[in-house]
Design a protein around this ligand. Structure first.
Ligand code: GDP
Length: 195
């Protein structure tokens, strides 16, 4: 085990009761407790995951989905490296709300940060209201990473977050490479200037 050499801040949004808190509990502590009450305020958990030859720390921020907390959420978006938008596959209105969440993210961050779209509660297939194809289509339209999952059964609770983390790491690696390249270029220039 080695200390994490980078940390990414990921914000979790979506309407109330889609399962954000349950998903985080599953991801960070690997357990599910039915009947968790709707989130009030904001809480976070940190999970360190191995990636390539290093350790990446993921700081996952839970937010309340209620409209009255939107302003808090907007503030939090500002320093986010990535965002997870969750809906409930058994509640169509939570899927309809995804577009509004995407608008809020874009307004607050002003740039293209990686977004993961998650359709939760696949264990409750018989009450499904949102077909898989609809989620997939929306994700394609807005260039989002897309998975369906179940915080309850544990299905797809790790893979989607690791996928997002990998994209964040690759993005950061590219920026680092560019910086090194620029430094080398400017060193060469100053060296030539002296000659
Ligand atoms: P939040 O308001 O988005 O944080 O949602 P919660 O995590 O508080 O979950 C709301 C309700 O949905 C709770 O009763 C959970 O037990 C339930 N729930 C969360 N995830 C799942 C899931 O994957 N499957 C099922 N069947 N219920 C879930």
């Amino acid at each position: 085990y080695s200390a994490p050499d980078r940390l990414f801040k990921i914000i979790f949004v979506g309407n109330s009761s889609v399962g954000k808190t349950s998903f985080l509990q599953r991801f960070c502590e690997d357990h599910f407790s039915a009947g968790t009450s709707a989130t009030v305020g904001i809480d976070y958990c940190v999970k360190t995951v191995p990636m390539d030859n290093s350790q990446v720390a993921l700081q996952l921020w839970d937010t309340a989905g209620q409209e009255r907390y939107r302003s808090i959420t907007k503030q939090f978006f500002r320093k986010a490296d990535g965002v997870i938008v969750m809906y409930d596959i058994t509640a169509k209105d939570t899927f309809t709300a995804v577009k509004q969440w995407l608008v809020s993210i874009e307004e607050a961050t002003g740039e293209n940060i990686p977004v993961l779209l998650l359709g939760n509660k696949t264990d409750n297939e018989k009450e499904r209201e949102v077909p898989y194809g609809l989620g997939e289509h929306l994700a394609k339209e807005y260039s989002l990473i897309f998975y369906e999952c179940s915080a309850c059964s544990g299905h797809n609770t790790r893979e989607p977050v690791l996928h997002l983390a990998r994209i964040l790491k690759e993005q950061e690696d590219k920026v680092k490479e560019k910086t090194v390249q620029l430094q080398q270029d400017s060193k060469k220039k100053s060296c030539c200037a002296r000659l």
